[in-house]
Design a protein around this ligand. Structure first.
Ligand code: PLP
Length: 415
């Protein structure tokens, strides 16, 4: 019988093989049929310290013996309290409140609802959300609404709300983008949501810290709330704990997920500034924040996140990221000498480049390359004509060399 599983972002009609992974360790996946695959994209950008990290696995096993799940409306537990205090200590001091959810998409939904709740409680009619061109914030309805419109969401347009889109600040268009943001915010926008420094699914597009800092200033000038979606960029991906740090920026709302548990279990938080919390704080029950999901702040996921925070506090994680970044930069340079690649770029642990020819997510080259990589036991998932490498920080030099050797082979074969 064929499998009844319907996979995400997968065209089953192409009948591509679906490898079954039985176990994993560090940057390696071990398939049921005995292959050893290098995970060069951290299993959709989540696995920061490596698969099955002993400290995180031990924390999960220990917590699973004590408390599995608890309603979080009006009740609490130690792993969530410890995690909230740990996040407060690690993240910018202005972000005083921690609201739990389950995925990158849901922490974005929460941030959007908090922003509108803030304006509603203040009695100001601010409803418009401003977004950056090419952004991706997830696949739930609100997250899709503030993401780029196109191939990912065209059939679902009737479900989406209107937003104001600011051009992506490419080097030559930085001022144009900032002027557009200024204009949108001057019109009384409720919030501006942005992926700081690096847009992920929109093609691994980088922009400057100076532009991000100016975006913060513009929002502050007009009272527009700044939502930083650090779901992908957070937890060291761009070379600092948060990408915002590189611009000296503190957002009003911060979205974190993926590396929050080191990539072991689904969990997310939206961190909010005190004024956003205050706007919802009252004895009037009609003004409380109306959002929850059954598994809000699951204790086992919180325990995994606490182990991740301990790793960040006690281990030289950013040194590992810096070393990985140096290796990526050197490998990309060598690749560029041997092949025609465009816009090579490196930020923290992420390296990316574009291939000449057909552009966009549906570019034919992507599935061809994916098959090529899979057949050579490397997990890579090009975004259209953009190839990127975003491995766990524990990948070895030898494994990274192998990834680039396979990419080089692919470029030679598909030319
Ligand atoms: N925001 C950003 C910047 C992302 O990169 C992603 C996922 O890749 C999301 C939100 C959505 O996260 P999730 O897939 O966990 O819902």
């Amino acid at each position: 019988m064929t499998s009844p599983v319907w996979h995400p972002f997968t065209q089953h009609g192409l009948r591509e093989p679906v490898p079954e992974v039985a176990s994993a360790r560090d940057a390696l996946l071990f398939t049921k049929d005995g292959r050893e695959v290098i995970d060069a994209i951290s299993s959709w950008w989540v696995t920061t310290h490596g698969h099955c990290h002993p400290r995180i696995m031990a924390a999960i096993a220990e917590q699973a013996q004590r408390l599995d799940q608890l309603i979080f409306a009006g009740w609490t537990h130690e792993p969530a309290e410890t995690l909230a205090r740990g996040l407060r200590a690690l993240m910018p001091q202005e972000l005083t409140r921690v609201f739990f959810s389950d995925s990158g998409s849901t922490c974005v939904e929460v941030a959007l609802k908090m922003a509108l709740g803030y304006w509603s409680a203040r009695g100001e009619a601010r409803e418009r959300i401003v977004v950056l061109e090419h952004s991706y914030h997830g696949d739930t309805i609100g997250a899709m609404s503030v993401g780029a419109r196109g191939v990912f969401n065209r059939p679902y347009e009737p479900l989406l709300f209107d937003v104001t889109t600011v051009p992506f600040p490419e080097t030559a268009r930085e001022q144009l983008a900032l002027d557009a943001l200024d204009h949108a915010c001057a019109g009384g926008a409720a919030a501006f949501i942005v992926e700081p420094l690096l847009l992920g699914a929109g093609g691994m597009r980088a922009y400057s810290a100076r532009v991000l800092a100016e975006m913060r200033d513009i929002c502050s000038r007009h009272g527009t709330l700044l939502i930083a979606d650090e779901v992908m960029t957070g937890w060291g991906r761009t070379g600092s704990l948060l990408a915002c740090e590189q611009a000296g920026v503190v957002p009003d709302l911060l979205c974190l997920s993926k590396g929050l548990t080191g990539g072991a279990l689904p969990l997310a938080v939206t961190m909010a500034s005190e004024p956003v919390f205050e706007a919802h704080y009252d004895t009037d029950r009609a003004r409380m924040f109306f959002h929850s999901s059954s598994y809000t702040a699951n204790p086992i996921a919180c325990a995994a996140a606490n182990a991740n925070l301990a790793i960040w506090r006690e281990e030289p994680v950013l040194d590992r990221v810096a070393r990985l970044g140096e290796r990526q930069r050197a490998a990309l340079e060598t690749l560029g000498q041997a092949h025609r690649i465009e816009n090579p770029r490196c930020l923290g642990s992420v390296a990316a480049f574009d291939l000449p020819g057909e552009q966009g997510y549906l570019a034919d080259i992507a599935p061809r390359l994916m098959t090529f990589f899979r057949e050579r036991d490397v997990l890579l998932r090009p975004l259209g004509n953009t190839i990127y490498v975003m491995p766990p920080y524990s990948i070895t030099g030898e494994q990274l060399d192998r990834v680039y050797a396979v990419i080089s082979e692919a470029l030679g074969a598909t030319r």
